[in-house]
Design a protein around this ligand. Sequence first.
Ligand code: TRP
Length: 331
Amino acid sequence: MKTILTGLRPTGNLHLGHYFGAGINYLKLQDEYDFYLEIADVQALTDNFDNPEKVRKNVFEITKDLLAIGLDPNKVHFFIQSKIPQIAELTVFYSNLVTVARLQRNPTVKNEIAQKKDLFGNNGESITYGFLGYPVSQAADITAFDGEVVPVGDDQLPLLEQCREIVRKFNSIYGETLKEPNQVLSNTTRVKGLDGNEKMGKSLGNAIYLVDDKETITKKIMGALTDTNKIKKDDPANPNVCMVYYYHKLVNSKENVETVCNECQKGSRGCVQCKKELIEAMNKFLEPIQERRNTYSDEKVKEILENGTTKALEKATSQLQKVKQAMKIDY
Ligand code: TRP
């Protein structure tokens, strides 16, 4: 079985974007690969260093969310990044193999710096060494487990490319040691936000979370963007610009979706009724996920993380040994 590795920053709960964009894909991959899933708390701290409580809480929250969608702890090794010191060691070694200019040109890093003006300044003048260098640490994440395949969205491609460059440079200097990882695109579905934004995101405040209760779902869907040209209940409208129809397509049956579309176009369905039906469908969709989530106690989640970490440590230890030998620092 080939090894697969991916990571998630524990900064918030999973939402529908994560589920359809990545989660469904993980469910398939867990049967086909030896799957390491890193809860990347060290990486989360690179832009949340001033909020350790948030990162700590979300390590457990996000693990529970991943178990809730049906990832099987007997198949997936869930582990916490900070519990694997080998990753930090590899990061130091790899930092010689990448220039500061190259990191500054990384499109993903550039975008993130631009979005975090409060933390890194209007022109990125207050960028930290740690944040600029997180792609190096991510290359360590991947290679510590000999990750051959990495399931990520396309926003992460520049990071994977950076990892491949580091691997090539390492191998050319120290001899063939590391594998160049390949991407499997995580499904590529990008889920739009409640406000019609192309992307559902925590920072955009337009997300439906897998843990949202009925009251929250009702409030969010009632406020979702619909066809703004529809004024009266029986005006015909365009479902293709309506977020309520958009989510019907994600969570409702094919048959119901057709009915919604036809009635909307004809003007025989009001938005309030349509939203109520979506609320019901959404709750029905989330119910089994939330029920499964409830079967995992805090104790159980801790145990799963401990077991996964033990397994991850084994792999990272032998990988670090190989790296040190190649670098002639295996004293
Ligand atoms: N940077 C990734 C994100 O923000 C998270 C991540 C950390 C990751 N380590 C990784 C992804 C290793 C793939 C492989 O989503």
